[in-house]
Design a binder for this molecule. Structure first.
Ligand code: URA
Length: 434
């Protein structure tokens, strides 16, 4: 077999066989197939597309390119959750402890933020001492002992995806449904859970801006997971404005803590309850989402969910008292209100622009390896549909540097569209695909 022939086949509209896909992924992982040939193949796939069978074969070849986590030593049905990424998305930090408090083992692999979206690993590092650098045995032992562990992605998990993603990033071939679905699902399949609940975002802060594209991506991933023998559910949720009120690492941890105390923002709490109830049903802890929701609310009311976060912080090098005293988490030196430039209804908040404003403050990185300022970000008071008087604060900006603050303030204000008519409310939960 020759990679050259496979590129021609795909370029001319052909369908790759399972053997051809395996040959291509194995060769690329072993560095026998060079980047330039793989880049040509990615572009051919981008234009010609892949059918469902090819997408499944690509996913499975990438999942098999490195280690697979064996979670069988953990009793019970292991349920994973994956978000396609957004702004203010601190879901794993509240949802993980909530479902773990209801008896679902949470063995979660998370990533760092990149671009305008944040990452759970950076956020959790707001707890002084917290590490996500766990060995596999330690990770599994911790899930068995306290019901929850969150670790960073190991280098050996789906290495073909790691290489391919970096290549797609610089060759204009990221936003293709088959390539995104196989990239996400290869990591999820290798991470070993029995059931996977996907949170597929749509709107200005999401990867898939259009609802129809988000639904198509969700259907493809559900179908891949199911054909690989996993129980699957995808929730399509709105990301056309930041989730909750906090954007920024430590600020988001504080909001997750408030939510575990039962005092979280309505939209964020609702998303956690929706995803959590699907997880409890998939994990066999409840027979209906309605009953599961009540179990999650009880875990919050009783304080068990918050205690689970304290167990997690302590087990991974942090201090449990920081969960009960979030004022100990990093605080920015400048806290400045951002006044509304005009009176009217908030018609839209360009969510990716809010994410970029936080990045300008130092809350995210422009490239891998950049340091992150954990304390900075925004506490948002006014969201889409709210009325605001000129001069009333839209948000409080948390900053550590005057120059960055000036640039971020301007960018943040550009994200807001204020007008006379109240916009129609977008639903938070757009659809649930099973
Ligand atoms: N997230 C991934 O892991 N892969 C993609 O291709 C897009 C988003």
């Amino acid at each position: 077999m020759r990679m050259y022939d496979l590129i021609l086949k795909k370029r001319n509209g052909g369908t790759l066989t399972e053997d051809e896909i395996t040959y291509m992924i194995d060769g690329y992982t072993r560095e026998e197939i060079p980047d330039y040939q793989m880049a040509a193949m990615m572009m051919a796939i981008y234009f010609v597309g892949m059918n469902d069978r090819e997408t499944l074969d690509l996913t499975q070849a990438m999942a098999a390119s490195g280690d697979r986590l064996d979670l069988s030593a953990i009793p019970g049905i292991k349920v994973d959750k994956h978000s396609t990424g957004g702004v203010g998305d601190k879901t794993s930090m509240a949802l993980g402890p909530m479902v773990a408090a209801c008896g679902i083992p949470v063995a979660k692999m998370s990533g760092r933020g990149l671009g305008h979206t944040g990452g759970t690993i950076d956020k959790l590092e707001s707890f002084p001492g917290f590490t996500t650098d766990l060995a596999e045995e330690q990770f599994i032992r911790q899930v068995r002992d306290i019901g929850i562990a969150i670790m960073g992605q190991t280098a050996d998990l789906a290495p073909a995806d790691k290489k391919l993603y970096a290549l797609r990033d610089v060759t204009g071939t990221v936003d293709n449904l088959s390539l995104i679905a196989s990239s996400i699902m290869s990591k999820k399949l290798a991470a070993g859970a029995d059931a996977i609940v996907l949170d597929v975002k749509t709107g200005s802060g999401a990867f898939m801006k259009q609802e129809k594209d988000a639904k198509a991506l969700a259907r493809e991933m559900v179908s891949i997971g199911r054909r690989a023998g996993r129980a699957m559910v995808a929730v399509i949720s709105d990301m056309d404005q930041p989730l909750g009120q906090a954007v920024g690492n430590a600020l988001e941890v504080k909001e997750a803590i408030s939510t575990l105390r039962g005092r979280g923002p309505e939209d964020f709490t609702e998303l956690c309850l929706t995803l959590g109830s699907q997880m409890l049903v998939c994990g066999g802890k409840s027979s209906s989402p309605v009953e599961a929701r009540e179990m999650l609310l009880e875990a919050v009311r009783s304080g068990r969910a918050l205690e689970k976060l304290a167990d997690l912080a302590e087990a991974q090098g942090g201090r449990r008292e920081d969960v009960y005293h979030p004022e100990h988490l990093p605080q920015a030196s400048i806290q400045e209100e951002i006044p509304a430039p005009a009176s009217g209804y908030i018609r839209r908040i360009l969510c990716d622009e809010v994410g970029m404003s936080s990045l300008i403050l130092g809350g995210g990185r422009e490239k891998k390896g950049d340091p992150v300022d954990l304390a900075v970000g925004f506490q948002i008071y006014k969201k889409a549909g709210d009325y605001v008087e000129k001069g009333e604060p839209l948000a409080v900006m948390h900053a550590n540097d005057e120059t960055k603050a000036a640039a971020a303030r301007e960018r943040f204000l550009n994200a807001y569209e204020i007008g006379c008519e109240q916009p129609e409310k977008r639903p938070l939960i757009v659809d649930i695909i099973k």
